[in-house]
Structure formats: C-alpha cells, structure tokens
Design a protein around this ligand. Structure first.
Ligand code: PEP
Ligand code: MN
Length: 351
C-alpha cells in the first residue's frame, strides 16, 4: 500500500504479520513496563494497553484512566516501541494525543455507535497523520464498520487500519466472539488498500485458541495480529483467560507459518481454506435445519397433520429461488438443492 497511508511505521512495511501486543489493560507502572520489556525483547514493535476499558458489565475494572498514559510514554522511552491505546470519546482522544500516544484504536462497542465515531473523528480533525485502527462492531455489520472508516476519512484521517476481533453471539460457542471470517474477507474486497489485522485473543477468549486462530489469520492472508500479553496473565485485572506471557508470544510468533500468497499454489491453498470454512458453516446450517424439521415432524404427528403439505412446499421453493436469484444464484441449482433438502426433511418426518 501507499506508505503515506499505512498506519504502521515504514520499518514494518512489507512485514507479515505486523504485530501489536500488550496487556488488555494497563494496571500498574510495573506491570506495563515489565510486559513491555518482555515484548520488546521478543521483537514486538508496537505495544498496546487499554487505559479506558469498555466493560460489558458494571463492577469490573474499567481502566486506570489518564494517569496510565505516562506509563505508556515510559514504555516507549525505554523500549523504543510505538504505543497504542483505545479511545472511546473526544476526551480520551485529546488526552491520548496530548500524552504522545502513537496509535489509537476504536473498540468494538464504539464502532457500533456512529455518534461516538463522529465525535472521535472530529477530535482528530487536523491530526490527519495519527494512525487509527478500527475494530469491527460487535455485530457482524460490515456497513457500520466501513461507515466508521468513512467518518474518519472525511475528518482527514489518512492512516487507517482494521482489526477483526470477532462478533458477539447468543448461546454457547467454542469462541468468545465468532470469527465469521467472511466478514473481514468481504471488508478486504471492498477496501483493498486497508490493512486488516486479526485479534485472536478476543475471538478465542482462551489462551489455547490464540495460536490456532493466529495461524488461521495468516492462512487467510490477513496482514497482522493484535495479541493480548501480560507478564502475569493469571493475575490480570481484565481478560485473564486469554492473555499470553511474553514468552508464550515468542513461541507463538516463532511457530507461525506465514506464506506470501504470491505464488499461484499459495493463493490456491488460501482459497481452498476459505472453501473448507464455508463448507463447515454450510454443514452446521444443514444440521440445524434438519433438527428443526424433526421438531416440526413431531408437531405434525401430535396434531395428526400430513408430513408433506403441497402448498407450503411450492411457496417455499418459489420464495427461496427468487431470493437466491437476487443474489445471482442459478434457478436450476437452487431447485435441485432445495429438492434434496426437502426430500431429507420429509424422510426425517416420516414415522
Ligand atoms: C481490547 O482490545 O482491549 C478490547 C476491549 O477489545 P474489543 O473492543 O475488541 O472488545
Ligand atoms: Mn481485552
């Protein structure tokens, strides 16, 4: 990308992954400095720490606030790393700029709120060179994510990047936030110049998931990683389950297989990986659909209703075909697919 537009320093240009690492929250001066030392020794060039913490529930640690900014400045002075923090209001933004923070990011809860993004964009007007990363909104709302970039661009902010941190959901899941990779993949298609980092810590929510998610991010061709690291994760004041020690970070970075995606076979691998993920989603959707069919079958049995109801079947088929045609899918393909799905539903509903 054009170097004037990159949110990352020139020395990292062309490097993959770009790594931003540091604690979920700045807690104490000692914790910030010792984590920063460990990460600088691991070769990390950009240090993150949350100063103002948006917490889902009240009563949790909500960040040390502005007094912590000077610890970040100390970490920068001592290690030479650039320092980054999250801003959610115009006041945070002004305080962070005044404290000489190098890079800002907008968190998932803030990206979802156009008023808050506009407020931050206005606070940055006239500071067009400040690098700003935007995390995806909590819901998989690509337009809101792109809208945040547009608001910042209109305020003259040029050095922008995205961070994919997964999406909130209802019910149990292996992930804290669902990866839904197709959303950041589509962001990349819509905004090809924008670097996209992945935050495996907030997607996974557990230490054991950080490395596999980081590898997946590399396999999918994303530009970098934002990883939560803490000198003593087990004592962290926020997100203790997902933070790595600086030593874990060294192991993670050393274990990543990073392919350039330049040779045709690497591109093919990347596309095949994408197909594998889409197929697993498809299989899970079909499983849920068949479970629902079985429940409907029970209802029909209890109410002495016939399994096949011609009117419902015909209407469903025509609706699905029209919906799919609107998305560019062929009628013949959809008809065949839904005939197969319907036949299996009927089989499951027969006594
Ligand atoms: C964070 O990075 O510390 C954070 C709060 O993340 P998110 O906005 O992705 O929840
Ligand atoms: Mn966190």
């Amino acid at each position: 990308m054009n170097a004037d537009l990159s949110p990352f320093p020139a020395e990292l240009s062309g490097r993959r992954p770009i790594v931003i690492a540091g604690p979920c929250s700045a807690e104490t001066e000692e914790q910030v400095l010792s984590t920063a030392r460990g990460l600088a020794a691991a070769g990390v060039r950009i240090f993150r720490a949350g100063i103002w913490k948006p917490r889902t529930k009240p009563g949790n640690f909500e960040g040390i606030g502005a007094p912590g900014l000077k610890w970040l400045r100390k970490a920068k002075a001592e290690t030479g790393m650039l320092v980054a923090t999250e801003v959610a209001t115009a006041i945070h933004t002004a305080d962070a700029l005044r404290a000489g923070i190098d890079m800002l990011w907008i968190g998932a809860r803030t990206t979802a709120n156009p008023f808050a993004v506009s407020e931050i964009a206005e606070a940055l007007r006239g500071c067009g060179d400040v690098p700003v990363l935007v995390k995806n909104p909590v819901a998989p709302d690509l337009e809101a994510w792109i809208g945040a970039f547009e608001r910042l661009s209109r305020a003259g902010i040029k050095r922008l990047g995205a961070v994919h941190r997964g999406f909130g959901h209802f019910g149990p899941s292996k992930y804290r936030n669902l990866p839904e990779w197709r959303v950041p993949i589509e962001l990349r298609r819509r905004m090809p110049e924008l670097p996209v980092l992945v935050d495996p810590s907030h997607i996974g929510g557990k230490r054991a998931l950080v490395a596999p998610l980081a590898q997946e991010a590399m396999d999918l061709g994303f530009d970098g990683l934002m990883v939560e690291c803490h000198v003593r994760p087990e004592c962290a004041w926020s997100d203790k389950e997902q933070q790595l020690t600086p030593d874990d970070a060294v192991r993670l970075l050393g274990s990543l297989v990073v392919r350039g995606g330049e040779s045709s076979s690497e591109r093919l691998d990347m596309l095949r990986h994408r197909i594998d993920m889409l197929d697993s989603e498809l299989i899970d959707i079909l499983r849920r659909r068949m479970e629902t069919s079985t429940e409907i079958g029970e209802y029909k049995r209890e109410h002495s209703m016939p399994v096949v109801q011609e009117g419902r079947y015909r209407a469903l088929m025509e609706e699905r075909i029209a919906e799919a045609a609107g998305l560019g899918l062929s009628e013949a393909f959809m008809r065949g697919l839904f005939q197969a799905v319907h036949a299996e539903s009927v089989r499951l509903q027969l006594p």
